[in-house]
Design a protein around this ligand. Structure first.
Ligand code: SF4
Length: 243
């Protein structure tokens, strides 16, 4: 299995006091610790990723920014990519699956997301991301502990048990209210569907509007016992290895 290009041989030194309360401080440490060897993953489907993008661009606008272009994104998500390009003067890197939708349909059936979403996510998200991250030692995400039970024990810095490198989540300790306060205060661009009942957005077949009182992630893979695409799920039997 292909892993990150070169895991740091020496232990990663985490400064005392570095905590998710200050995403800017975590980002500054991350950029300094992995110069030229770190990327930001932004889904363009959630406000935390956009706040992360804004903070990273503020500190180093040459940081590579990537997103998973599964071929099934909402047009509003693609439109947000264009707005981010204009706002920050960047060219987000689309990470695309090896198979086109037609090829996947011929190999596994026309709507794999409806029959085996884990397999579909593996083909269209996890494996393409694995290939992309093989160029880097570390990546930054917009994950927060309050987003889902599967993320409740998220560490700010983790040894990534899925991809094998270092995963940094500067917003681990923030909540939804804090993120939106930052987005509003800094006029950060965000996905217009958030104003229409979609707290988070993934692929069109696997995202629905959330009703009042439902959990924010209730609209993802509705009807399946699945709340993660596999990028952030722990490998079976593994604990989160915080650094
Ligand atoms: S979110 Fe749905 S459509 Fe997108 S890769 Fe996963 S299963 Fe497939």
């Amino acid at each position: 299995m292909q892993q990150f290009a070169a895991l740091p041989a020496e232990p990663v030194q985490i400064p005392a006091g570095l905590d998710a309360d200050s995403p800017q401080a975590v980002i500054a440490w991350a950029l300094e610790s992995f110069p030229g060897r770190i990327a930001l993953a932004c889904s363009f489907g959630g406000p935390t990723g956009m706040a992360a993008l804004d903070m990273v661009m503020e500190q180093d606008s040459s940081t590579p920014v990537c997103y998973l272009d599964t071929g099934l994104l909402f047009e509003q998500t693609l439109e947000l990519v264009e707005r981010a390009k204009a706002r920050y003067g960047i060219s987000p890197i689309p990470i695309r699956p090896a198979l086109t939708l037609a090829e996947q349909g011929r190999a596994f059936g026309p709507q794999l997301w409806a029959t085996d979403p884990d397999k579909c996510c593996a083909l269209r998200k996890v494996e393409p991301m694995r290939k992309f991250l093989s160029q880097y030692d570390a990546w930054m995400t917009g994950l927060r502990r309050d987003q889902a039970g599967t993320r409740a024990d998220l560490k700010v810095v983790e040894r990534d048990t899925i991809f094998g490198g270092i995963k940094i989540s500067p917003f681990a300790g923030w909540d939804e209210r804090m993120v939106w306060a930052y987005v509003r205060a800094h006029d950060v661009p965000y996905n217009s569907l958030h104003d229409e009942g979609f707290p988070t957005l993934g692929c069109t077949p696997c995202t629905r509007r959330v009703e009042e009182g439902e959990h924010a992630r209730a609209g993802r893979w509705a009807g399946f016992d699945k709340i993660e695409c596999g990028l952030h799920a722990r490998a079976p039997g593994n604990e989160r290895v915080g650094l």
